[in-house]
Write a protein that binds this ligand. Structure first.
Ligand SMILES: NC(=O)c1ccc[n+]([C@@H]2O[C@H](COP(=O)([O-])OP(=O)(O)OC[C@H]3O[C@@H](n4cnc5c(N)ncnc54)[C@H](O)[C@@H]3O)[C@@H](O)[C@H]2O)c1
Ligand SMILES: [Zn+2]
Ligand SMILES: [Zn+2]
Length: 409
């Protein structure tokens, strides 16, 4: 029997890498399934969404295996899997989705109605349907024909893995944020948050043809990556408001489109103390700076229950918004998880054909599975790295060799 190891949630701020069972062809409710594959995990990243779990702000059961940003190699397949072969390298959209319900049929895989008995949303490594996560050596992926994106060439996939690993979540998520906000040729865009999702949204906005991309954060190290990639930044601990800083860049205090790449653990800024949380901060900034008839994409997560919220209202996921101001502007607003399957093929092609290159702006650090708990802490402390776990050591040496060549060249 093949052994398996994964990042296991013990309690808030306390993760461990432990032996876990090798997957079987059963869903979380114990039903036999034949539409699944078992993958050997090639790469799996730590996400800002995992941070909500780590910090005790999104509850998962003790013992749950974390991780939803997964790229793998098919090592076993159920008898109903027709289009995938053993050895295929595949990107796993983080949304678990059946492909058969009303929402999936429309491509809205973020709100699949069948994979989670509690709510129309499923994901690996959360308590959203009980599906175990992929920060592990092996992982079960249901509805494999429908869900998985196969990379055309194995060697090419491993060569570009640091970009392709982003296709299972944050690059399509950032793209969705920008696209849903209406970003197109010549747009001006404000992206709140220079974390990995914000940086992916910024790169996506450029890919979509934006004229000027402005990213705001209070984390200077992360903003430096954005600046280095040739985009504008807004440093939020300054006294000037976001609108005033946007005016200094654009000559007007408003943008065509805005993206919330922060979510409910947002901090206040300007007159407020930026070390203090304010879950309303980003949405109210966007209501202020997005021009009338503009759009707002909100990939940043908001929840209905937050045990760590600053007060009772926040704990119930209720916000105090400048709704009247926003409403009058005839804005269009997109919330929710990103439907990765809507964008992942196109984004894979953009990577494979060198239309987009993410390494510089993402600042990836490749780590072993055992290093994951420490990396969660570093990420939470504001590190500018994107942590990419290489559970089987399939590309670590290749990346190191490439870095060495780059330095000596
Ligand atoms: N919708 C989806 O499908 C989806 C997918 C992936 C991630 N997410 C969510 O996207 C959000 C961002 O993810 P991430 O990995 O980049 O997280 P992150 O925590 O690394 O980044 C958030 C950044 O926002 C900054 N910030 C805090 N308050 C701010 C404010 N008022 N204005 C501007 N910036 C502010 C923080 O300093 C931090 O750098 C998280 O909520 C994550 O859960 C959603
Ligand atoms: Zn993620
Ligand atoms: Zn479905």
């Amino acid at each position: 029997m093949t052994s398996n190891k994964g990042v296991v949630y013990q309690s808030a701020w306390n993760l461990a890498v432990k032996e876990i069972p090798y997957p079987t062809f059963q869903d979380p409710r114990g039903k036999d399934i034949h539409h699944a594959v078992i993958i050997k995990v090639v790469s799996t990243d730590i996400c800002g969404s995992d941070q909500h779990i780590f910090r005790g702000r999104f509850i998962v059961p003790e013992g749950h295996v974390l991780g939803h940003e997964i790229t793998g190699e098919v090592v076993e397949k159920g008898k109903d899997v027709e289009f995938l072969e053993i050895g295929d390298i595949v990107s796993v959209p983080f949304n678990v989705s059946c492909g058969r319900c009303r929402n999936c049929k429309k491509g809205n895989t973020d709100v699949c109605e069948t994979v989670n008995p509690e709510a129309p949303v499923g994901a690996y490594g959360f308590d959203l349907g009980g599906w175990l996560g992929g920060q592990a050596e092996y992982c079960l992926i249901p509805y494999a024909d429908f869900q998985l994106l196969k990379f055309p060439d194995r060697d090419q996939a491993l060569e570009k893995i640091l970009d392709l690993t982003l296709v299972s979540d944050i690059l399509p998520t950032g793209y969705h944020g920008a696209y849903a906000a209406g970003v197109t040729t010549g747009s001006t865009v404000y992206i709140a948050g220079a974390g990995p999702v914000g940086r992916c949204a910024a790169a996506s906005a450029q890919l979509l043809g934006a004229a000027c991309v402005i990213v705001g954060d209070m984390n200077q190290e992360r903003l430096a990556l954005v600046k280095k990639a040739g985009m504008e930044t807004v440093y939020l601990s300054q006294d000037a408001s976001v609108a005033e800083q946007i005016e200094q860049i654009l000559g007007v205090p408003e943008v065509d489109a805005g993206v919330d790449a922060v979510g409910y653990e947002a901090h206040g800024h300007g007159d407020e103390d930026y070390t203090q949380e304010n879950p309303n901060a980003v949405l109210n900034d966007l209501f202020e700076v997005v021009r009338a008839s503009g759009g707002i994409g909100i990939p940043g997560i908001y929840v209905a229950s937050d045990p760590g919220g600053r007060d009772e209202t926040a704990q119930q996921g209720k916000l105090t918004l400048d709704w009247g101001k926003g409403w009058l502007k005839s804005l269009h607003i997109q919330t929710g998880m990103a439907p990765i399957g809507k964008y992942n093929y196109q984004i894979m092609q953009a990577i494979l054909w060198d239309r987009i290159s993410m390494e510089q702006i993402m600042n990836p650090e490749v780590i072993d599975l055992d290093e994951a708990p420490r990396a969660y802490q570093r990420f939470s402390d504001g590190s500018s790295q994107k942590f990419v776990i290489d559970p089987h050591g399939m590309f670590k040496d290749k990346v190191k060799a490439r870095e060495k060549t780059a330095v000596t060249a």
